[in-house]
Each structure stands twice: as C-alpha cells, then as structure tokens.
Design a protein around this ligand. Structure first.
Ligand SMILES: [Fe+2]
Ligand SMILES: [Fe+2]
Length: 161
C-alpha cells in the first residue's frame, strides 16, 4: 500500500471515530462489552464492525454515513446475553424482538431520527417483515450479516492458522 493510501485510510478511520465519539462515551453503549455476541466477539465489538462498514459503504455510495455509523453502533443495544436470555426469561424470540429493545434503549440515551430508527428497527430484515424505508437500512441488512458471518468464522479460522 502506498503512503498516500495509508494516509487516506488513517484519515477515514479518524473521521469514522469522530462520527460516533459521543455514542462511544455512553455508559449503556460501553456496557455492551460485557456481553458476548458471536463466538469470541462482544456485542460492543460487533457493533463497532457494523458501524465501520456502514460508514465506509454509505460514504462510498453518497448516502448518510453519519446516521449509518450511529445506528450501526446502536443496532444491537439490547443489553443482555442472548445465549442465556431465553432460559432466564422464557422469551424465545430474540431474533425477532431485539431490534425493538435496542431502539427503546437507544431512545433512552440519544436523540434518534427517523432514518436511524429505521436502520435499528429493520436491521434483521427480512425477519422483520416491513420493508426498509431508507437505502442506509439495506446497507445494514448486508453489513450485519456479513460481520456476523466473519465473527463466527474467525474462531474456526484461527484454529487452523
Ligand atoms: Fe441484531
Ligand atoms: Fe448485529
């Protein structure tokens, strides 16, 4: 990689971090570090991955990268360990219900606009039947699944390398 490409990448990472700086300071967001999500990846790290790729892809496509990054960081703010949640509460539909819980927690802590609400609420589409209203929501539908897949595979890949 050339020096100018490295410089560009560093600048983009700084811009990304600046776009979610306030979100990252929040105690509820920080508490996602306590919960394991996919394999060895915490909820916080997964949300960082999704937020980063949301930001990169939306910026490349000329979409709202700031809303995509913020909602990406908040999309799984359900604040429990989903591996034990069903046993502890009897609630068996985490895959369907957690976007609503994440949105409720996001609203408690931040001002959430319509686009951010759509991104959080429908990130599990097509599990959540209603169609995404914004292009940024289609982006998270992809990045969430892509990051989840890579996080699960990472554990197995590391066993062999
Ligand atoms: Fe999710
Ligand atoms: Fe997710």
């Amino acid at each position: 990689m050339t020096a100018s490409a490295l410089k560009k990448r560093r600048r983009e990472k700084e811009e990304f971090k600046a776009s979610i700086r306030e979100v990252l300071k929040n105690k509820s967001v920080q508490s996602m570090r306590k919960f394991n999500h996919h394999s060895d990846t915490t909820c916080h790290r997964h949300c960082m991955h999704v937020a980063y790729y949301n930001y990169k892809i939306c910026k490349f496509l000329g979409l709202d990268e700031k809303a995509a990054a913020k909602a990406g960081m908040l999309h799984d703010l359900f604040l429990y360990d989903w591996h034990t949640h069903s046993k502890e509460t009897g609630e068996k539909w985490h895959g369907f219900t957690h976007p609503r819980v994440a949105l409720m927690n996001a609203k408690k802590n931040f001002d959430i606009n319509d686009k951010e609400k759509d991104i959080i609420l429908k990130h599990m589409w097509p599990l959540t039947v209603a169609l995404p209203k914004y292009k940024e929501t289609y982006v998270i539908v992809f990045t969430d699944k892509f990051c989840g897949f890579c996080e699960v595979m990472d554990k197995y890949v590391r066993k062999f390398v």
